[in-house]
Design a protein around this ligand. Structure first.
Ligand code: HEM
Length: 470
């Protein structure tokens, strides 16, 4: 174990502070970047095996302290913003989300902005979103034949874009602007890359396209806001919540801010929900014995023609555990980062200001002392009496924790539950590509395409709105 001494903090009592052990291997300057990039999860697991809950690595000249396990996660999530800064880690989002929004503002202001969203995530609204999501899934699947092949990555991605535009920006946008949005979304995403992480305003074509797409989004959303106000109509969506929201001092959000907030939520929630939906399909189809139990549960709850609803979905306990087990095995965000602004003390180590701190949901979720047989798909680990995620704090961290914990978790579960409740009611599925691997080419890690499944329409399918179809 290699440790390096730092200068003593006081001359009165010569305390020796120690940097976390530095992982062996690595190249000059690049450090561990190549091995890390190839398979970040295996890399963190290897290093943890060597050093335990904390170790240091070098990524292209940048020192990074990696914290794993419940205690390491806790130290990361509990640290205040002036010590571990999310704002500095996510500053590449500023040109897209806007200069007064989210990571561009102070952490206090950002938290105030996220509080403005609360009414859009109320139970009353979630009940309405279930109907929107069900409609989206039914429309999507109505274009399929009686049998054929689809790709689960594409399915997750397309459905969650439709759902996000419908529930967040509203029906006017969803009905009239989905095709244009696909192009704008593509251009905005293209501006979120590694170069943008370092120099977000370089005069590059990708950044010009990003900025043009954002300007167009503000134009479109301003138009919808103006029309709604002129006609006196209200939508049941996040846009409406933001239009009526007021800060503590009574100020409203302008159209640029409203657009920035919507983009923040879409970029935080769409890809993440998409890959959770795809992975859930993969895991259910890989485990037919468990899938049969989920199908029985579905039949018991909705089989008699009861319409799909928020309450019915809440009764889908086995499906809920399957989703949780899927997020444990395949957390969409495999790594989370902070910039260290004040020295971080953990056990006997000090991580100095200027370094990055990182936790890995993916590696933490596969620790045998926390989750029994961690590589096994076993949804019953979340059943009463076992509840392995509750025995230790900060064990399951798919949705983060502490002051920056995800605000969209319930909405994400609702999407994935509705998608699979509708699809499993109408079709039988079978995996074509039996063992999809994680795709580390993208920031949010889904199954690597192709991830095809064969579907066959059931003979007597009950539509999830309660109507039977031959
Ligand atoms: C499966 C889907 C999702 C996953 C896995 C996920 C995961 C996460 C994680 C890990 C964080 C913490 C990031 C950090 O600490 O650096 C986070 C934060 C956040 N998420 Fe999600 N998320 C999901 C869906 C959503 C949805 C649907 C929305 C919005 C509708 C959303 C909005 C946010 C926001 C605004 C934050 C920032 C919170 C803050 O910094 O205070 N997420 N999410």
């Amino acid at each position: 174990m290699s440790t390096a001494g730092l200068a003593p903090r006081t001359s009165a009592r010569r305390t020796r502070v120690t940097l976390p052990p530095h992982l062996d291997g690595g190249l000059p300057f690049l450090g561990h970047a190549l091995e890390f990039n190839r398979n970040p999860i295996r890399f963190v697991q290897r290093a943890r095996g060597q050093h335990g809950d904390i170790f240091a690595i070098t990524l292209a000249g940048q020192k990074v302290a990696v914290l794993t396990g419940p205690k390491g996660n806790e130290a990361f999530f509990r640290a205040p913003d002036d010590q571990l800064s999310a704002k500095e880690a996510y500053r590449f989002t500023v040109p897209l989300f806007g200069k007064d929004i989210a990571y561009a503002t102070t952490p206090e202001r950002m938290s105030e902005q996220l509080d403005l969203i609360t009414p859009a995530l109320s139970e009353r609204r979630l009940r309405t979103y279930v109907d929107y999501i069900r409609e989206e899934v039914e429309n999507y699947a109505s274009r399929w034949g009686d049998e054929g092949t689809i790709d689960l990555v594409q399915l997750g991605n397309e459905l969650t874009v439709f759902i996000a535009t419908r529930c967040l920006i509203g029906h006017e946008f969803r009905q009239n602007l989905s095709t244009e949005f696909a192009h704008l979304y593509h251009d905005m995403e293209g501006g979120l890359n590694l170069i943008g992480f370092l120099w977000p305003h370089l005069p590059l074509p990708a950044f010009r396209r990003r900025d043009r797409a954002r300007t167009r989004m503000v134009e479109i959303i301003s138009g919808i806001v103006a029309n709604r106000r002129a006609a006196g109509v209200e939508g049941e969506d996040f846009l409406q919540t933001l239009m009526t929201a007021r800060y503590g001092d009574g100020t409203a959000l302008n159209d640029d801010n409203i657009t920035g907030m919507l983009l923040t939520l879409i970029f935080a929630g769409q890809h993440t929900s998409a890959v959770l939906a795809s992975w859930t399909g993969v895991e259910l189809l890989r485990h037919p014995e468990y899938l049969h139990k989920v199908l029985d549960e579905r039949e018991r709850i909705f089989g008699g023609g009861r319409p799909l609803s928020f309450d019915g979905l809440n009764e889908m306990t086995l499906l809920g555990w399957a989703i949780k087990e899927t997020e444990r095995l395949h957390p969409p965000l495999i790594l989370l980062m902070r910039k260290i602004r004040r020295d971080l003390h953990f056990r006997n180590y000090v991580v100095p200001a200027g370094w990055l701190a990182m936790v890995s949901p993916a590696a933490s979720h596969r620790i045998a002392e926390v989750f029994r047989e961690p590589n096994r798909f076993d949804p019953y680990r979340f059943a009463p009496r076992r509840e392995e995620d509750k025995r230790t704090r900060f064990a399951l961290i798919t949705f983060g924790g502490g002051r920056h914990a995800c605000i969209g978790m319930t909405f994400a579960y609702l999407q994935v539950k509705t998608i699979w409740s509708v699809l499993l009611g109408q079709f039988d599925f079978e995996l074509v590509d039996a063992d999809p691997r994680p795709n580390f080419d993208t920031f949010v890690v889904g199954p690597k395409p192709p991830c095809r499944v064969r579907y066959r329409r059931k003979k007597q399918a009950f539509s999830a709105n309660g109507k039977g179809s031959a």
